[in-house]
Design a protein around this ligand. Sequence first.
Ligand code: NAD
Ligand code: AKB
Length: 331
Amino acid sequence: MGKKNIRRILVTGSEGQIGSELVTELRDRFGAGNVVASDLRTPDVTGDAAAGPFERVDVTDREGFGKVLQRYEIDTIVHMAAILSAKGERDPGLAWNVNVTGLLNALELARDFDLAQVLCPSSIAVFGAGCPRENTPQETVLIPSTMYGITKVAGELLCDYYVRRFGVDARGLRYPGIVSAETLPGGGTTDYAVEMYYAAVEGKAYRCFVREDTRLPMMYMPDCIKGTIDLMEADFDGLVHHGNFNLGAMSFSAGELAASIRTGVPGFEVIYDPDYRQEIAESWPTSIDDSAARQEWGWEPSYDLRSMTKDMLEKLTARHAEGNLYREQPA
Ligand code: NAD
Ligand code: AKB
């Protein structure tokens, strides 16, 4: 397991917040023609996705998914297709179908085609009632409150089962909330962290859907991409865990984020107006113990809140000046 060179990669959910930036980085490393982007949604042909192949793949359709693997002689699936927490609460059945059936299809296809690797992210959403919220350990009770969290626990268990039972090299990381400047987030509880930067750069007040004192673990996109690729490349034999690595970087409250943004945009105003996502946020950790990832494959983040804010404001301000701030995902 994990012995073959990674040569031909299919990224599912490639039009999403993480997939869109991961495809660019994977193409830089492995060659544009070796990284096939795929999603339900068709990309903007003038964007980065045009730099390599794209196929429309619905991950819940195993046959169609398999045909693309065959056509491109794929040996690695990076499985980013998912329905996130807030959207998942609006349609729990869809979240189960995409997140669990979609992953099961990826794992079964990995057996059928003897793939070298399947990587599927998990989330801090696996945690819930009964787990310590501060410095949440790798091993703890997993009783999530959302359908999204339930699907992520199921996904971790499926990955570990396929490793043990069928010898599939399946790997996964529990990302915290991801902050990024390229593609807007796709319907999660941590979306406020990204939205706050956009509002500030536009000179608008931001209506924040969690309370000022809501503290969550977060990570800047360059660290998310680095961690994902580092785990893909880690020696399988050195891994004790497989589908569920805690991954930490920074932790801040909504109020601390607003204060950080004010260092670059003085006078930026935030109105706190919590909705149903407050309860979801409160069920998640405030910080994460990621020592297993550090020990087993050398995880180490680079960005903290200050350096992330500096970079986010520089990037978004430059785009705003060009009249190209929003690269919005369709609903
Ligand atoms: P996103 O919502 O931005 O993108 C998901 C993509 O999946 C979308 O482009 C969507 O069109 C696609 N998709 C939905 N249903 C599909 C289907 N049936 N077939 C194919 N594609 C489909 O999500 P993201 O933020 O890029 O997340 C990627 C992964 O990382 C997910 O597993 C998510 O749970 C995980 N994660 C993300 C965050 C975060 O803050 N972004 C945090 C923790 C975990
Ligand atoms: C969400 O808020 O749903 C995601 C996540 C932390 O999994 N960003």
